[in-house]
Design a binder for this molecule. Structure first.
Ligand code: MN
Length: 716
């Protein structure tokens, strides 16, 4: 309870208008739901959420964030439900707690270098409100502080995870002190023997070090003050991890390392005075060439600003000095959190300024992370608007474009997995292949050797990789089909001329024709015929110049074109696999018209038959023979359809109907009129019409004629 009062005081200190009752309710609730639970240290569990709240209060975050610190483990570790949190604490708190619960469920199974960045990005992507991430970091920090109670294995694993994921995130957010502490704690957990040795060494040299620090501070402060600069100079022991790294890098022992101290000058002044102070430092001690860094003029991507220099100190040793203003220091220590907290004594009127500073900061790291994009609002951000992060069943993170489906995932794993993808489970549940994946989903792909890439997959995949692989596979399959089609067409034309394809192939005469006509082998010849770029009769004439043109009325290409030229409009009004001039016939059963949805089928010896997609026959035909067909937008070939008009039997009505049809520009090919037993006139017209829209317009027109009862299109 004492600690909680501290937390509440701190929140109030930052903003006197804070809603303390929210904090109190969160505290009481947390105490209730965690009752009876204990930490490994033996302390009541409640200590943990209160400590996390304390860290957040120290970071000067608002009461909502601090309350979320108190509640962060409630849904994950107790029987509390998300609804309960929302009912008791409102939408905002519930949203944040939900985010934390989701993050808590991520398992960082394979924290290898390759994966670490993806995990970091995933955490950022899942933190739709940046406060979620701040609470998560505070949670991790407290867990690291109490790591000693864990088993050796868990300790190492958590420490490594902290180094790989959380410390870099704190760094990215610009919260320097937290990054330092996390790294230091992780280093202690991972290298206890090294740490013990270092600490022993540092202990024995402490007095000497303190004298040295005092001497430097006194010289430097005097010179700075004499120059009229208001400042504070400090000298701190660097963190153990960086001292160790230096020793390793230079292969030296602790007694040879003089620069274990980092000196820092913090100015109560302007940006210009930072450079004035630098001049004094460089005027007092000789700078080491190449060691000066100006992060004031060129801030780091996370917003960090400071001057860094190394000089040869009073005892001839290397000495590192950082120089910055108070404001730069605040930013360095607290990063984005610095922009968040209310500025002391300036509550209210400065809120807008703070918000803008915060937005600017966000924009800055957005630039570092990915393309800058819009924000939901000042705190709710989607850092990766174009990406989605999902898990493989083994726990690896895959990074896919937003809107990605299980198929995109499958192709990202391997093109063979994509090609044979027959189904998918997301978080254990079967989903359709067009299902859109969300951050944190675990995706499992089901494959089948009989599954092959389908053209309709292109309608929903979003990744370039999946798209190009599917397109390629579909093209190969279509090519295969048109070759088969061409072979059939050619075989039939040859037979009509009394020639046998297999004999011609055996004798090699077809090789010659293939060379001269398409510059290839007979297979290419079949393709050319199948794609309609080479009329089969040309092949026949080559082999048998006296061969007669076919007698049967099929829509035959009239144009001769060489293989490889861009397709000309089709004479049939149909494109097969994107090509014009293919032998096609229209099925009599459904008589499709331009504008109707159609399917094509390769018919043995008769080219491609076009059916309406709704035609019953379509379902009876072999799907293997189906081929992609479209109406040719440029060709306009009138097609014959039957229209039946039922009307009262009165004089002049037939003339009115006929007039309607011809004034629409349609030709009547044939008309039959009969009378039904109930004395109604039934007129059947065969009209030539160029598309379904025109036909529908005319039928509407006829319907309006007085005495007409019904107008219908007749499909046999
Ligand atoms: Mn926790």
């Amino acid at each position: 309870m004492a600690r909680f009062n501290d937390v509440a005081d701190k929140v109030l200190e930052v903003n006197p208008q804070s809603d303390l009752s929210l904090l109190q309710r969160a505290y009481v609730f947390s105490a209730k739901v965690h009752e009876g639970q204990a930490r490994l240290s033996g302390e009541p569990y409640l200590v943990h959420p209160v400590e996390v709240a304390g860290i957040l209060a120290d970071m000067r975050l608002d009461e909502v964030t601090v309350a979320v610190g108190l509640l962060h483990d409630a849904v994950e570790d107790t029987l509390t439900t998300q609804d309960e949190i929302e009912r008791l604490f409102g939408e905002e708190v519930a949203f944040l707690v939900d985010g934390l619960t989701k993050i808590a469920r991520i398992e960082f199974t394979s924290v290898r270098e390759r994966q670490a960045e993806n995990f970091r990005k995933m955490l950022l992507a899942m933190s739709k409100d940046i406060r979620i991430l701040l609470v998560k970091l505070a949670d991790r920090l407290h867990n690291m502080r109490t790591l000693g109670f864990m088993e050796e294995d868990a300790r190492r694993r958590i420490a490594q995870e902290t180094l790989d994921i959380y410390a870099p995130l704190a760094h990215r957010l610009g919260i320097h002190w937290m990054k330092q502490e996390l790294e230091d704690l992780a280093f202690r957990a991972l290298k206890p023997a090294v740490v013990a040795e270092l600490e022993e060494g540092l202990r024995s040299s402490r007095q000497e070090r303190e004298r040295y620090v005092e001497a430097v501070i006194s010289v430097l402060s005097q010179k700075l003050v004499a120059a009229g600069l208001r400042c504070e100079v400090t000298g701190r022991l660097k963190d153990l991890a960086s001292i160790h790294a230096k020793m390793e890098a230079r292969g030296v022992g602790l007694d040879e390392i003089h620069d274990v101290i980092a000196f820092r000058v913090i100015l109560d002044g302007t940006k210009e005075q930072v450079y004035a102070a630098l001049g004094i430092v460089h005027g007092t001690w000789t700078p080491v060439p190449g060691r000066f860094k100006d992060y004031v003029a060129l801030p780091k991507p996370n917003g960090y600003q400071s001057l860094h220099t190394t000089v040869i100190g009073p005892y001839g040793e290397r000495m590192e000095v950082q120089i910055r203003t108070e404001e730069m220091h605040q930013n360095a220590e607290y990063g984005i959190a610095a922009h968040w907290s209310y500025k002391e004594g300036r509550v209210g009127d400065d809120e807008d300024a703070a918000k803008f500073a915060w937005l600017r900061q966000l924009l800055e790291w957005q630039r570092e992370l990915s393309d800058p994009h819009e924000f939901l609002d000042t705190v709710k951000v989607d850092l990766f608007p174009d990406e989605v992060f999902v898990f493989t069943p083994r726990g690896d993170v895959m990074n896919l474009p937003k809107g990605a489906t299980p198929l995109d995932f499958a192709y990202a794993i391997h093109s063979e997995v994509g090609a044979h993808c027959a189904g998918a489970r997301v978080n254990g549940k079967l989903v359709p292949l067009r299902h859109r994946l969300s951050d944190g989903d675990t995706v499992q792909i089901l494959t089948s050797t009989s599954q092959i890439p389908r053209k309709d997959w292109l309608e929903f995949v979003v990744s370039g990789r999946a798209r190009s692989k599917i397109r390629h596979a579909v093209r190969v399959a279509e090519k295969e089909r048109s070759r088969e089609l061409g072979r059939e067409i050619l075989e039939r034309e040859l037979r009509r001329a009394g020639l046998s394809l297999s004999k011609l192939l055996d004798s090699g005469s077809l090789d010659e024709v293939a060379r001269s006509e398409v510059g290839g082998v007979p297979e290419d010849l079949f393709s050319a015929v199948g794609y309609g770029t080479l009329p089969p009769i040309d092949v026949v004439r080559k082999l048998k110049p006296e061969a007669a043109p076919p007698a049967e009325p099929v829509a035959r290409p009239r144009r001769r074109r060489l293989f490889g030229r861009s397709p000309a409009p089709s004479s049939s009004g149909i494109r097969v696999s994107g090509q014009g001039d293919v032998l096609v016939r229209f099925a009599g059963c459904c008589a499709p018209l331009p504008g109707d949805e159609i399917s094509g089928f390769v018919t043995r010896g008769r080219g491609v038959t076009i059916h309406s997609k709704e035609c019953d026959k379509v379902f009876a035909l072999d799907p293997e023979r189906r081929i992609d067909v479209q109406w040719d937008a440029e060709a306009s070939v009138p097609r014959r359809v039957k229209v039946r008009i039922t009307s009262v039997d009165r004089p002049g009505i037939l003339a009115a109907i006929t007039k309607s049809i011809s004034s629409a520009g349609l030709n009547i090919d044939e008309a039959r009129v009969s009378t039904s037993p109930d004395q109604k006139a039934i007129s059947d017209f065969d009209v030539l019409v160029k598309d379904v829209r025109t036909l529908n317009a005319v039928m509407k027109e006829i319907e309006r004629i007085r005495g007409v009862i019904s107008v219908e299109r007749v499909r046999a």
